[in-house]
Design a protein around this ligand. Structure first.
Ligand code: C5P
Length: 216
């Protein structure tokens, strides 16, 4: 570790889900194992980068050479990304919950009034905010999990988020929580499909593309 094409570079990676508490025992979350983000953080560190991994709650070991910041909510993840700047590149792999609730300090009781009404509020879009940030990294990468029209949805997301590259994740198969992945790299330059394979291989290929971009 420590010697490679990303030597001297600071890379920011978000990974895992966020948990949005409803009360002290319940939360809202997206499904995410964190495996692809952790694999990417490790692959970037192996190329010599200083890596800050901002992680939601997952059951994974920190890859060697990676500095990990644990967070729970989307708000905390947004603040941790802000605090970790500046960075040469940022890759937002986390499956951030789109909505949170104003949590109550006490456990909500099952009552006779029926189920509670949750007032959802929009969470910050970390990727979109970073793409328009005064301290925007030279390369901002987002992920998009899609089951259909993968490329078209990724191209729309690229424009909407204002990032440089979308890693379009075809989750129509057995990807969620699994060991393998199939991704297409969608940018203004076009579409490049990486071979389907283990998440570690996908991470290495993506890390190599990022190193290539930062060389220029
Ligand atoms: O909007 P959507 O969730 O489909 O976009 C996915 C991409 O945006 C991922 O890179 C994810 O990490 C990022 N994202 C974010 N903050 C949010 C929602 C998504 O950074 N609140």
């Amino acid at each position: 570790l420590g010697d490679g094409p990303l030597n001297g570079r600071h890379l920011l990676v978000t990974a895992g889900p966020t948990h949005e508490p409803i009360d002290p025992v319940r939360y809202i979350a997206n499904r995410s194992s964190g495996k692809q983000g952790y694999a990417l953080a490790g692959a970037l560190a192996a190329l010599g980068a200083r890596v800050t991994l901002i992680s939601g709650p997952v059951a994974l070991a920190t890859p060697p050479g990676v500095a990990r910041v644990d967070v729970e909510t989307a708000r905390q993840m947004a603040d941790a990304v802000e605090a970790a700047l500046p960075a040469d590149a940022a890759v937002m792999v986390a499956a951030v919950a789109d909505w949170g609730v104003e949590p109550t300090g006490q456990k909500i009781k099952k009552g006779e009034g029926g189920p509670p009404q949750l007032a959802l509020r929009e969470n910050p879009d970390i990727l979109a905010t970073l793409s328009r940030h005064a301290k925007r990294p030279a390369l901002v990468v987002g992920f998009a999990a899609e089951t259909n029209d993968v490329i078209a949805h990724a191209q729309a997301k690229l424009a909407k988020k204002g990032c440089d590259l979308i890693v379009a994740n075809d989750v129509s198969g057995d990807v969620m929580g699994g060991e393998r992945n199939l991704v297409h790299l969608v940018s203004a330059a076009g579409v490049e499909s990486l071979p389907e394979g283990p998440k570690d291989d996908v991470a290495r290929a993506l890390a190599a593309r990022i190193a290539e971009f930062l060389k220029n």
